[in-house]
Design a protein. Structure first.
Lengths: 586, 306
């Protein structure tokens, strides 16, 4: 009651301010606007909103108070087009609002989403790629009874992002078999503008994942995403995301050194009690398993301590007011008050470790082109004086992201191993660990922490970005091969989501035909079982970066009719020409 | 004519997935190796000869000497810090390419069976279904290996994929006729309509190319004509108008203007060959727009870039 009254008083202060400004305003139009703002702020959230503008204001107060109450990020509006649609429709049929007027209001809200800024320490700013707030707003999808839920507001939200060109909200689109082609086309058209938005989510993969987590079919159909790619039932869930990032690259280096960290020389993981060496591929897999078990357990312990402390020291009453069943249970959101309670750790470097295991299998144990001891020595010297050996590892074994069944199979097995490893644990709120395959920007955070790895990666090179994206520059067979590789993972097990970034050249998605091809990429990935995909359109900055670090950009293909060539292999003069044309286009 | 093999094989130098400029939708483009023409501006020099060729990139070579150790032909050997290479002794067997960690030595061209190609094409089947795409045979000249090409086209058609072929048309009519039942779209090159100019720059007979095109249209095949717009060769309004009029006269609706580019120039160096084309750097955007208008005025649907 106290916080609810505080929320009303909070709105009242906005009303007062608007009244003062109106009184001092000379321009009659502006004065009328300010008086209307004051009227609305007096009305909501104390009493129910009746118009679209009132509903937007009520939404914004609630959203803002949650942001103020907790210092967390990823406070996500969820299915905005669904819960706002009735207000929009009523105003439209009542003749109080036209499409342009509604769009202007949305534009204003979109600007507000970008005005929130929270203090972050340096570690967090690297790990999250700056200061984004991950306010995930998702449109489209299905109703509780499985019909398509797309409405006019779904399209207006896409338009607002196109017009404001701002990074927030993190706009997402839910796609299912019955999604209207027009919505998918409009969303794809926005995606090819190069904003990195919207993200696409696959109902046909995600609804069953939620059902697996004990959610009913009807509720699962109402899912929204939190932050990046974490699916949950809005209004009923406390998901602790991201509950740490498992650094797979580090785990591999521990496995290769019997638990000793080659960066610090410390014994961080368990040594093999039986003192076996690494004489066959099975030994490598067993050593990795041992380190994984250990590190997963450590992450779980750390998460649960923090979780427990949040409940004891920092309960958030306002959020608890809004999430079922906090009131009925008499428990705060952080104390197990929510219906669903998850802890969602992520993992980083899946592609690197799959590539590394593949290289060891192929080059050390099958073809015997490198001795295990020689490989370890190269790694310990960070490949200094061993460029030939490094390139052998990089070029002479298949890499994840190229539609190669063998290495993709290794990635799948590894991913499933991690996911099931986490799922055996529970959190203090009575919920389960629901792990995901996404890295946000943690791969940047781990840059200095991981020694050289057998995939031909030197110590300073970044681990793969995204959760299930191929390692940088190693996907050399185009987006269809990337999609086939990514779809080979078991997305059913990744209950905290999977994240796939795909890079597209602007020429490949230009024009009507290009738009249809982009739609086909999304449709196909989703038919093959992928959960999420988002697109980066190659721009001149990426090409400049490729000139400086060609090895990490061997996925950049220049395609024209009857011809294709790797960007990094062409003459610098021609590279300049392509960069210029790319700049011109975007 | 000998009896065709049960699973004919041929030589290709690449299979490129997600090709989006060579026919409708998302396609897989199979690059055949070997061509009857020898255009000076060719952007795929490794497509011209019918045998495998070794490509060597000295800029990525580590001079580790792994190649010299494995070469069974004495074609590469160490001299001091560097490696010497005699292309004349090299049959491009690929032993050095397999040993090379840096991918400085690669082989362009591998012999594969039609079934193997179809299996590779099959991988992107769901993408074709969702985009109206399929397979395109290009090269090189696919019809210079016509049994192989026909078997791939038939195999892809069996799986329901849209099939296209890029051809210079410089083959006996019987060869074109034999692939007709399996081919949905012909992307037909037409470079010049003047016999002398055409022969001088490409080595080919334009009369054969034109009569084949006319017969293709006559039997109801779908064809799009593609013109590589090459500076100093066919980039004037008169050149393009002459081609466009010829195309329109045959009843073909669509014309693609493919601007000359030098993106393949580096590959000449890798193949140890001279880049012989000296006609100019590129066709300016404004000039291309003007040429597009010329062809449109003749009544054709014109696309720049395919």
């Amino acid at each position: 009651m106290v916080v609810a009254e505080a929320a009303i008083r909070f709105a009242g202060r906005f009303a007062e301010r608007a009244e003062q400004m109106a009184a001092a305003e000379a321009c009659p139009n502006r004065r009328a606007e300010l008086s209307e703002i004051a009227r609305i702020c007096r009305k909501v959230p104390a009493r129910p909103a009746e118009t679209f503008a009132e509903a937007l204001q009520a939404f914004w107060f609630v959203h803002l108070i949650i942001q103020i109450e907790a210092n967390g990020h990823s406070i996500s509006p969820g299915r905005f087009d669904q819960y706002m649609s009735a207000f929009y429709e009523a105003d439209r049929t009542g003749g109080r609002l036209d499409r342009d007027g509604a769009l202007e209001l949305l534009d204003c809200l979109w600007v507000k989403f970008n005005q929130i800024m929270k203090l972050r320490d340096q570690t967090a700013s690297i790990g999250f790629g700056g200061y984004p707030l991950f306010q995930n707003l998702i449109v489209g999808g299905q109703t509780r009874d499985g019909r398509d839920a797309t409405n006019e507001l779904s399209y207006l939200c896409l338009d607002a992002t196109r017009r404001t060109r701002l990074p927030q909200p993190s706009l997402s689109v839910r796609v299912h078999r019955g999604t209207p082609p027009d919505l998918l086309r409009a969303a794809s058209d926005l995606a090819r503008e190069g904003l990195g938005l919207p993200a696409f989510f696959n109902d046909d993969a995600i609804v069953p994942v939620l059902q697996n987590m004990g959610v009913s079919l009807e509720e699962a159909r109402g899912y929204a995403e939190v932050g990046c790619v974490e699916p949950q039932v809005p209004g009923k869930t406390n998901g602790y995301y991201p509950a740490g990032f498992l650094n797979l690259g580090k785990v591999l280096t521990l496995a290769l050194h019997n638990g000793t960290d080659p960066v610090t020389g410390k014994q961080l993981g368990p040594a093999d009690p039986e003192g076996r060496g690494l004489a066959c591929y099975g030994d490598i897999a067993a050593a990795l398993d041992r380190q994984l078990d250990h590190v997963i357990r450590l992450i779980v312990i750390g998460d649960n301590i923090l979780d427990d402390l949040h409940g004891k020291l920092a309960p958030n009453p306002f959020v608890s007011l809004l999430v079922d069943d906090c009131l009925a249970r008499g428990l705060a959101y952080e104390q197990g008050g929510a219906v669903y309670n998850y802890t969602g750790p992520n993992s980083v470097g899946l592609a690197n470790v799959a590539d590394a295991l593949m290289a060891i299998k192929r080059l050390v144990f099958e073809e015997r082109r490198v001795e295990m001891d020689a490989l370890l020595a190269m790694l310990d010297q960070d490949f200094a004086e061993h460029e030939g050996g490094r390139l052998l590892l990089l070029n002479r074994a298949p890499k994840y992201g190229n539609d190669n069944e063998e290495v993709d199979g290794i990635a799948r097995e590894l991913a499933t191993r991690i996911l099931t490893g986490f799922k055996q644990y529970r959190n203090p709120r009575g919920g389960r660990f629901e792990p995901g395959l996404q890295s946000i920007s943690a791969h940047a955070l781990f840059r200095d922490a991981v020694a050289a790895t057998p995939d031909g990666r030197t110590a300073r090179m970044l681990l793969a970005d995204g959760g299930i994206s191929p390692a940088q520059g190693r996907d050399r067979r185009g987006p269809t091969a990337v999609i086939r590789s990514a779809a080979r993972l078991d997305h059913r097990e990744a209950s905290n989501g999977t994240l796939l970034n795909i890079k597209l050249s602007p020429q490949s998605v230009a024009g009507e035909a290009g738009l249809e091809n982009l739609v086909a990429l999304i449709r196909t990935y989703f038919q093959l079982g992928g959960q999420h995909v988002q697109f980066n359109v190659i721009n001149s900055a990426i090409l400049r970066e490729a000139q400086r670090h060609p090895e990490q950009h061997r996925d950049l293909v220049v395609r024209v009719a009857g011809f294709s060539v790797l960007f990094t292999t062409i003459d610098p003069v021609l590279q300049e020409d392509i960069i210029e044309r790319t700049e011109h286009r975007v | 004519m000998s009896e065709p093999a049960a699973d004919p094989s041929g030589i290709i130098f690449d299979i490129q997935r997600f090709s989006v400029h060579d026919g409708p939708g998302i396609r897989t483009l199979v690059f055949f190796k070997g061509c009857p023409l020898a255009c000076l501006w060719c952007s795929n020099p490794e497509s011209q000869r019918f045998d495998p060729e070794l490509l060597f990139d000295p800029t990525t070579c580590l001079a580790c000497g792994g190649c010299a150790e494995v070469c069974p032909h004495g074609a590469v050997w160490r001299t001091g810090e560097r490696l010497a290479y005699d292309r004349g002794r090299c049959p491009a067997c690929g032993a050095c390419a397999d040993a090379c960690p840096a991918e400085a030595r690669t082989v362009a061209g591998r012999r594969v069976t039609a079934d193997e190609v179809v299996a590779e094409v099959l991988k992107d089947a769901p993408f074709y279904a969702n985009s109206g795409g399929g397979v395109t045979l290009g090269g090189g000249e696919p019809l210079a290996q016509s049994d192989f090409a026909r078997e791939i086209l038939a195999g892809c058609r069996f799986h329901g994929f849209h099939t296209a072929i890029e051809t210079c048309g410089h083959v006996p009519w019987g060869v074109l006729e034999s692939i007709l039942p399996w081919t949905d779209l012909f992307l037909y090159d037409l470079k010049h309509v003047d016999a002398e100019t055409h022969r001088a720059q490409t080595g080919g007979d334009i009369a054969l190319i034109l009569s084949n095109l006319e017969r293709l249209v006559g039997v109801g095949a779908t064809a799009i004509v593609r013109v590589p717009v090459v500076p100093g060769f066919n980039d004037t309004a008169e050149d393009i108008r002459a081609i466009a009029e010829q195309v329109a006269r045959l009843g073909i609706r669509e014309l693609h203007l493919l601007p000359y580019h030098r993106l393949g120039q580096n590959k000449y160096r890798l193949a140890g060959r001279e880049y012989g084309f000296t006609g100019g750097e590129k066709v300016a955007e404004a000039e291309l727009d003007a040429l597009r208008t010329v062809a449109q005025e003749v009544g054709l649907l014109v696309k720049v870039g395919g």
